[in-house]
Design a protein around this ligand. Structure first.
Ligand code: PNS
Length: 165
């Protein structure tokens, strides 16, 4: 069975992430979308449980996708779940340098694990979890960039902070 891990912060999951996960699921027997537990980004808007729940809801229609979380080194986790592949999405050239460095570092740590890059749909090339969080935190909203459940959660999270409505 070919198992791939699609790791990330998913804070929150966006339509861009959903697109990448869907394409990966069409290639691999099983894709584990795994949410990083303790990243260096301390400014998480959502808890790991909330992020997993939103990912589960957004990807519920795809049978060979599982949602999980991980802590520590990604390659240790990938080995632990018997996967050989790490999936990462690419939006633009600006993503490439960081992703290239991470892929080479992971290969240094675990030569048997391969990083697969999947290019996003151009309509999601500008979508990032951080910009979405920022927009909602300042009272704005953006349509069609996050799954409906995530949109609701973002409104709930930021309502009463800077939102006027
Ligand atoms: O969605 P993100 O924040 O771009 O995902 C980054 C992630 C989670 C893939 C990366 O930070 C990661 O793998 N962290 C786990 C720690 C680790 O293995 N670091 C070494 C990678 S070079």
């Amino acid at each position: 069975m070919k198992i791939a891990v699609y790791p990330g912060s998913f804070d929150p999951i966006t339509n861009g992430h959903v697109y990448i996960a869907r394409r990966a699921a069409a290639i691999f027997d099983k894709v584990i979308v795994s949410v990083l537990l303790n990243g260096q980004k301390n400014s998480s808007a959502f808890t790991v449980e909330e992020r997993c729940e939103m990912a589960r809801e957004a990807l519920s229609g795809i049978k060979n996708i599982e949602i999980d979380s991980f802590n520590g080194l990604l390659v240790d986790y990938v080995r632990q779940v018997n996967a050989r592949v790490i999936i990462r999405g690419l939006r633009a050239m600006s993503d490439f340098e960081y992703e290239f460095q991470m892929a080479l570092m992971n290969r240094q740590l675990a030569p048997e694990i391969e990083t697969f890059f999947i290019v996003t749909d151009p309509k999601y090339s500008y979508v990032s979890s951080s910009s979405i969080r920022e927009i909602f935190s300042f009272g704005g909203t953006v349509q069609n960039v996050v799954p409906p459940d995530v949109f609701k959660k973002l409104l709930e999270r930021y309502q009463g902070k800077s939102r006027k409505s």
